[in-house]
Write a protein that binds this ligand. Sequence first.
Ligand SMILES: Nc1nc2c(c(=O)[nH]1)N[C@H]1C(S)=C(S)[C@@H](COP(=O)(O)OP(=O)(O)OC[C@H]3O[C@@H](n4cnc5c(N)ncnc54)[C@H](O)[C@@H]3O)O[C@H]1N2
Ligand code: MOO
Length: 445
Amino acid sequence: MPTQEIDVSVAVTVEEAVARLVERACEPAEESVRLPDAAGRYLARELYSPFPMPPFRRAAMDGYAVRAGETAAASADRPLRLAVESELRAGASVGRPYSRAGDGNRANRGNRENRESHEAPAAASAVRVFTGSPVPAEYDSIIIQEMVRRPGGSGEDGSGSGGIAWIDRPAVRGLHIAEAGEDVPEGARLLARGTRIGAKEIALLASFGLSLVPVRARPTVAVLPIGDELALPGEPLPPSHIYEANGYMVEASLSLLGADVRRMPPVPDEPEAIRRRLEEAWERADLIVTTGGASVGDYDYVQAAAESAGARPLFTKVRMRPGTPTSAFARGSRTLIALSGNPSACYSGLELLARPFVLAAAGSAGWATEWLPGALSEAVGKPCPYPRYIRSFAWMEEDGWRIRPLAKDKSGNIGAFAQANAIAEIPAGGQGARAGQPVRWFRLA
Ligand SMILES: Nc1nc2c(c(=O)[nH]1)N[C@H]1C(S)=C(S)[C@@H](COP(=O)(O)OP(=O)(O)OC[C@H]3O[C@@H](n4cnc5c(N)ncnc54)[C@H](O)[C@@H]3O)O[C@H]1N2
Ligand code: MOO
């Protein structure tokens, strides 16, 4: 049903409110940013590996590359001699095939003397390698250096390469060798479109040499706190005033989601002043988030101001508590979400409604709230006609998540905020909820 035909005076469910908002989140433009600047952004396209990873066959440990077959006879009673042909440091190139023991074409200068000074021919040839060194194709195993005895130190000739070494057990084929492409084959999908780029994604892109990343443009958000009683932190607090907290909360939350947020100074509870500030904010922001002035009091003007600024309501009430008087408006491609002034009501609206919308508008594939199953550790006394979204502490027990609703859960309280790591949904109606009752909840960032 098109939103125009919906009776917006009816309180909508959280799901419906989210659906009405998210359908307005049109696909943001694609832009290309430098790799370090991609952190916190959302990928605009699927990315595929341009080459295999690792890009070459390499050693996963410091030691000696050998042919396992040549070492089968090694034992503690009859240690086997290795002729260390050469050394390959990380970054060294394996330009041409490495010579086998006895073929007269050794890369290492010190070998000949060393070998000649020993009576018995070497039973197996080896190349000294280090973690990350290339491993020539003809070697199929690495013996870690702790398992190798080298009389006279790392090399009998003192150079760290060449010379004789002894092992007293056979090498295991394939051990400690990372084959080219074993981690990521060429052409494999590296990252899906809509992925949030964090530290591990940055590392992945860097490993494939990407210096520019196709990401979605950041949605622009203006945050407008409304209220005569609001003072700014850092200023003196006049009588009967409180410090503006919601605007900072919204700014912090939406910035962390990747939006380009500008928090405005508080506007007084005056319809014309609010309308002017909305107009101003809409000039440069895709989304305005207001807090306060959302309810039915004589000085709650946000809805009237939004409509006088030419916006049409998407919904004017939500079936949730706290945060029932949360509304949203549309003006062309611009959106307004009007959150309650009470900090915990503001927070519920921010987490349940503004967050999915901003994530969708930022190009995230994972905008939907991730509900998890849990069980209440104690009863919740208050019945409520709407679902209650209560700040809680969640922890894992053997049989699943336990949820403890935090005390002092009044909508105007802020004291227990920092202890919450979850919001739990207490279903509407009845007697509240009993201890042990299954509930769904989501994790707070
Ligand atoms: N007669 C009725 N009164 C109220 C109803 C109702 O249905 N009938 N709804 C209540 C509910 S539920 C809520 S929630 C609040 C919502 O109020 P508003 O969104 O209009 O917010 P304000 O009245 O402006 O402020 C409420 C409270 O929050 C403080 N506040 C406001 N802005 C900030 C800020 N930026 N930072 C920190 N604190 C803020 C403000 O000082 C008030 O104490 O209405 C109920 N009333
Ligand atoms: O719903 Mo109000 O948002 O209880 O505090």
